[in-house]
Structures are given as structure tokens and as C-alpha cells.
Design a protein around this ligand. Structure first.
Ligand SMILES: *Cc1c(COP(=O)(O)O)cnc(C)c1O
Length: 386
């Protein structure tokens, strides 16, 4: 089998989605499954849908196009504010987009009206994390503006915390969002059926509060894919944390001293040798590099220590483990490592799925004859935005 490869256990993803969907249902909260860390993989998307998510969200319109072309009928949401240069594709591919800019909303409205369709809009509110969001005192006015634009339908408000500054989504922030929803409804004279409270970082709040207020939706990626919550990166009770495994191959296995020799200047990626020699160790080089994965985000098998990683080489101290050239080693990934591995054209993606008893699926790069453009990452899907 080829290496490096990212093995994806779709059963685990379906299980995680189902568990979170069921828990949040007791609070009256639906789940939009966020596929962005899986490059919009249709297999991952289907596993999420099997787990009961009501729709799918992705930050890249290219990924949504792959899902649409694969036949996903559930609502697709663009969860990053549309680029002005992409409004055409956004209206064509996404049912809903999260927005903050009047100029973008204008452009979306023009395209939608021209295509004789309606595009649904969720306005994102800035509640302190300082990434995307409309200022609190401007939200109601912008909501009224959206309502006046033919081609657009204002369906709700949302917010996103904990991504840029680590601001925790707590009761006070969520109450503020609910208050704004009510003000916007009064000003607009209609109900806002979607109140999208946040991402996986909201789970702690959502599952422990006894007042979710108006929040009726969360957009969940990391918790479904990795079984962890992003605030403190703890595993979530009852979820599987091993849906993704990165497998790589050993290309050198030998005994080496722990101390380099010669005059020492900068290393390519700043490997710090130990202050004191530990004699010699069983050192292994793995064909895996920063081009494939974030070295800080991978966990080596137990008893094996990471010494450093450059563009294409991972150096390990394997301790007492018997590891030979040609052997494969498996690594667990955090979110940052997962995103890098998914986007590395060198890492083959293999999806396992026992629910449909289908053989493993290797997600192939696009062949020459496939449509170019839409999926620059090289995953199959064949979708083309025209
Ligand atoms: C990435 C993202 C999400 C999903 O975040 P997770 O922490 O992976 O659950 C939700 N909303 C927005 C706007 C995002 O960018």
C-alpha cells in the first residue's frame, strides 16, 4: 500500500455525529456538519448525514461544489463570508452563506435575482473573538438591509467564537446573541428560524446550560471528526478519537548518537539537540514531512519519541521498539495536523466503511480528463463550477 496515507474510519465519524446530534436534540439544537477539514469528502459528508446532521457546511465553495455534484440534497452552507470574486459560484452551489459585509450581500442579491433564485443569509455577529462578525450595534440595521434586497432571504443570526482569540462561548455571549435575534425580529417583522450559536467550542456550554435561549443550531467539525473539543482539546465522553490515522513508512533505521557533531548553526526547522548526551539511540527516519503534516499535531505510537521534522523527514527515537526499514508506523492527528494531511497531495486518502460493507475507497486524484478548476486539491468528486 502507498505511504504516507490517511486512513479514514467513516463508521467512527457517523458514530460521533449521531452521539452529538442526539445529545444536542435534548436541548432543541440541530447540527450542521462541517466538512472543511476533510476537503469536502463525500464519504465523510455521508457519514455525518447518516449520523443525523441536518445539513453540511464548508468554508470553501469548491468543497461544497464537490458535495453538490455528488448528489447531496441537504442544505449546503458556506460558513466563510463569500469572496466578492466568487458570489456567482456561491449562489449557484450554496443554499445559505454566513455574511458580514453589505457590499457582498449586494453582490449576492444581484446574482440571485439575475438567476431568479433566492439565496439564504445568516448574519454573523462579532461577540469578541475578533474574526468575522458585524458589530453588535450594526446588526439590526444590516438585517433590515438584507430584508430589502430581492434575491436574498434573511434566515438568521450566528456567531463564531474561540477560533481567532480563544474567547469562550459562555452564557453571557449566547444570551447576547439571543437578545439580538429578538431585536432583529422586531425590526424586520418576521421570525428568524436559524440561530447558529457557534462551533465545537460551544458544546460545553450547550450541553450543560439550562437555558439555550434562541440558539437552535451549532456548526460542528472537529468534535465529529476527531472526538475532541477545541477549547482545551480534551476527548469528548463517548466519542471515538481515532477516526483518522496517518500511516508512514520507515526509510532509515540505525543506531545514532544523540549529539550532533561539528560547529552548530541553524537547522532548517530548529531541531534542538539535548543539552547532555544520552549516548546512542535507535533512531529511525520516516518518509513524512512538514509538507504532509503539522509535526506538533501528530502523536507517535507509545514508546516512540519525535526528535524533529523537516520538509520531508521525520526523525524518531524508537526506544526499545524493533522498527526496520520498510515498516509502517501509525500516528494520531490533531485538527491542525489533520487539515495539513488532508490537503497534502502526497498523502493518499483511504476511506473505510463497514456500514455499507463496501470495499475501502481510495480517494483518487483527478485524472487529466476530469474537469479542472473546482477542486484544486486533487480529490475526486468531478464537480465543476461553471
Ligand atoms: C471551522 C468553522 C466551524 C467548525 O468549527 P469546529 O471547531 O471544527 O467545530 C464552524 N463555524 C465556522 C464559521 C467555522 O469557520
Amino acid at each position: 500500500m502507498t505511504a504516507p496515507r490517511l486512513e479514514i474510519n467513516l463508521d467512527a465519524i457517523a458514530h460521533n455525529a449521531r452521539t452529538l446530534v442526539d445529545r444536542l436534540a435534548t436541548k432543541g439544537i440541530r447540527v450542521t456538519g462541517v466538512t472543511k477539514a476533510s476537503l469536502g469528502s463525500p464519504g465523510v459528508a455521508k457519514a455525518m448525514l447518516d449520523g443525523g446532521v441536518v445539513g453540511l457546511g464548508d468554508s470553501r465553495v469548491e468543497n461544497l461544489a464537490v458535495l453538490r455534484a455528488d448528489g447531496v440534497a441537504e442544505p449546503l452552507t458556506l460558513i466563510r463570508s463569500p469572496m466578492l470574486s466568487q458570489v456567482d459560484e456561491v449562489v449557484r452551489v450554496a443554499d445559505v452563506s454566513l455574511n458580514t459585509e453589505a457590499v457582498v450581500l449586494d453582490a449576492l442579491a444581484t446574482v440571485a435575482a439575475h438567476r431568479r433564485t433566492t439565496h439564504a443569509v445568516i448574519l454573523m455577529v462579532e461577540l469578541g473573538d475578533l474574526r468575522e462578525g458585524v458589530a453588535v450595534d450594526e446588526v439590526v440595521e444590516l438585517a433590515r438591509t438584507v430584508d430589502r434586497l430581492a434575491g436574498l432571504r434573511l434566515v438568521g443570526l450566528g456567531t463564531n467564537l474561540a477560533c481567532h482569540s480563544g474567547v469562550v462561548p459562555d452564557q453571557q455571549k449566547m444570551d447576547e446573541l439571543s437578545r439580538l435575534v429578538e431585536q432583529a425580529e422586531t425590526a424586520c417583522g418576521h421570525v428568524l428560524p436559524v440561530v447558529s450559536g457557534g462551533n465545537s467550542a460551544n458544546l460545553d456550554w450547550a450541553l450543560t446550560t439550562n437555558d439555550v435561549g434562541r440558539v437552535d443550531e451549532l456548526r460542528l467539525g472537529e468534535s465529529i471528526l476527531l472526538g475532541t473539543e477545541p477549547l482545551y482539546r480534551r476527548p469528548i465522553d463517548g466519542l471515538q478519537t481515532d477516526a483518522f490515522t496517518l500511516v508512514a513508512e520507515v526509510i532509515e533505521a540505525t543506531r545514532k548518537p544523540t549529539q550532533p557533531w561539528g560547529e552548530i548553526a541553524q537547522a532548517a526547522f530548529g531541531h534542538q539537540p539535548p543539552a547532555h548526551s544520552r549516548g546512542s539511540i535507535r533512531q529511525v527516519v520516516v518518509a513524512l514531512g512538514r509538507q504532509d503534516v503539522d509535526p506538533d499535531g501528530i502523536t507517535a505510537p507509545s514508546g516512540i519519541r519525535k526528535l524533529g521534522m523537516s520538509s520531508d523527514h521525520l526523525v524518531l527515537d524508537v526506544g526499545d521498539s524493533a522498527v526496520s526499514v520498510g515498516d509502517e508506523l501509525s500516528f494520531q492527528l490533531d485538527y491542525s495536523a489533520l487539515v495539513r494531511a488532508m490537503t497534502s497531495p502526497f498523502a493518499t486518502k483511504i476511506e473505510r466503511d463497514s456500514r455499507y460493507q463496501r470495499p475501502d475507497v481510495t480517494v483518487e486524484p483527478l485524472s487529466e480528463s476530469d474537469e479542472p478548476l473546482v477542486n484544486p486539491t486533487g480529490l475526486r468528486g468531478g464537480a465543476a463550477v461553471r
